[in-house]
Design a protein around this ligand. Structure first.
Ligand SMILES: [Zn+2]
Length: 314
């Protein structure tokens, strides 16, 4: 039997319950990792949407400012958004006042409703794509994760222009791009040197290309982002890392994919031939490389054939 004073000493040494109790989502602890001063990333698992990850595949990031928290992307469901809100409250006492959505894919904005007191903001192009695709994307998320979403709870953000903005008193620079999805918001924080790339950047997780307007455009925009010389980047999927490291890996993969599709099309061969290749060793550490490569060939190869036959744009 323990002496009473030992028990009370143990109680005294215990850290505050609120801070120590992990926030659980889908039977895993949800973790916020500090990447710069007052800046955290919540990294999704490097998988496709599934019942086993409950949709937590995309990254979120948040910046604690003196006027409130700026959240960048909100996850794939209101249920996840609630868990994220609890996690954020463990790191700052300020409420989330702004949610910036980087693009219209469901793993990045379906959690918005958990932040109903915040202002939700995105580019006009992204909002148009959300308007067009939201119903189909809800169906897709429900089918793949086996969890139902309340359809009416997915509200669309307000429009914000690219350029220098101030949220509260916190300055950010917004870039309007389109290489990944047709409407991609990239956010530069000059205070900390962090570049929030959304799915313009993938790191250690292969790029998804279903909605790209063209692989060459995506690469050109990545070269523009590289010239910003950010210190750290937060990709849409995969861990944060030095900005150049993430941008270079994304460019290398897209360049190889583009070349592969062009080469096979110029030989007049079919999509099956495009698939019949070993992925280079440099991509062996990248999660879902085979899976995304197969999807990219199916989605993009007809464009390469058409361009060769008819001179159609990519
Ligand atoms: Zn994503």
């Amino acid at each position: 039997m323990k002496a009473p004073f030992l028990i009370s000493l143990a109680a005294l040494l215990a850290p505050p319950l609120l801070a120590s109790e992990p926030v659980m989502f889908c039977e895993r602890p949800l973790v916020a990792q500090l990447v710069a001063e007052n800046t955290w990333i919540v990294e999704g698992v490097k998988e496709e949407l599934s019942t086993s990850n409950c949709g937590h595949i995309g990254n979120q990031a948040f910046i604690a400012t003196s006027n409130g928290v700026i959240l960048i992307d909100s996850g794939s469901s209101p249920h996840f958004g609630e868990a994220l809100k609890t996690l954020i409250a463990q790191h700052t006492s300020h409420p989330v006042r702004w949610v910036l959505n980087t693009h219209h894919h469901p793993d990045h904005f379906f959690g918005n409703t958990a932040f109903d007191k915040a202002q939700h903001l995105t580019l006009a192009t992204t909002r148009d794509l959300m308007t067009r695709d939201t119903d189909a994307l809800i169906d897709n998320v429900e089918r793949l994760t086996g969890r139902s979403l309340e359809r009416s709870s997915v509200a669309l953000p307000e429009v914000i222009e690219a350029g220098d903005i101030t949220l509260g008193s916190y300055p950010l620079t917004l870039y309007a791009m389109s290489g990944h999805s047709g409407g991609d918001l990239v956010i530069m924080d000059h205070t900390t040197g962090v570049l929030f790339m959304g799915d313009m950047g993938f790191y250690q997780r292969a790029a998804a290309t279903a909605h790209t307007p063209g692989l060459q455009q995506w690469q050109e925009e990545l070269h523009d982002l590289r010239a910003l010389n950010a210190t750290i980047a937060v990709p849409g999927h995969g861990p944060s890392a030095p900005s150049a490291t993430i941008i270079d890996q994304t460019i290398d993969y897209l360049e190889w994919l583009d070349q592969r599709l062009s080469d096979v099309a110029s030989e007049g061969l079919g999509a099956n031939h495009a698939l019949a290749v070993e992925l280079p060793d440099t991509f062996s550490t990248i999660a879902l490389a085979e899976y995304e490569f197969t999807r990219s060939v199916m989605q993009l190869y007809p464009r390469y054939e058409a361009r060769l036959l008819w001179g159609a744009p990519q």
